[in-house]
Design a protein around this ligand. Sequence first.
Ligand code: SF4
Length: 253
Amino acid sequence: MSDATSLSPSAPPPSPASPDAAAIPTADLEVGGFVPMSTVDWPDQLVAVVFVQGCPWRCHYCHNPALQPRGDHHPQVWQRVLQTLQVRRGLLDGVVFSGGEPTLDRALIPAIQQVRDMGFRVGLHTAGLYPDRLAECLPLVDWVALDIKTEFEDYKAVTAVPRSGDPVRTSLSLVLNSGKPCEFRTTWHPDLISDAALLRLARHLKVLGARQWVLQPYRPTPATQAGLGSVIRTPPDELVAQLRRVGPAVWVR
Ligand code: SF4
């Protein structure tokens, strides 16, 4: 996944601007970052990525803690994103809304509708915190990546928030029942999820009907918490092989 790149509200407008870009109506999405071109945020798609500001969780491995707080909102940033997208119509396959937690923002749905109206396909990265808004989004998106951080009852060990796995159970069902192309993602670090828990999770996902499961190696950054160490942690091949035997199709990426 791309890291958020800040898009300052005082940055110059993209050039050349489309003549009708100024006419795009403004949703009130709180944008914390924007990557104008990415090949890694939606498999086999060339996309722009919009990072929505705000997340109430405090995952130990969060790469973008600057995206966690809300409040420093500049509506003109979303307008600039739209202007950039306007001049890239036909060059990009789609737009991914990521975060932070994009479903936190009540302007997400009108924002999705705006980029759909421009002709882009829409992808969504979510940790499943807000199932009600996710349910509203699903009919409008073409692909979803849902984080499954650990077993639902153990979420606090990763997010530092009690009972944070509860809404994710609902979100997982919503995504699976929607029939939308999707993948589920788990960041692997042996201090955060044991092999036994991962195997139980694999079986559970398979029973529920999940088909694509991506294990993401823990990658330290200056922002990740020191207790998790300063080296990349990749799941061992033997563990991955075991998971493939009992769970959905597993990729390490
Ligand atoms: S859910 Fe995502 S954005 Fe929120 S704290 Fe966890 S890793 Fe960071």
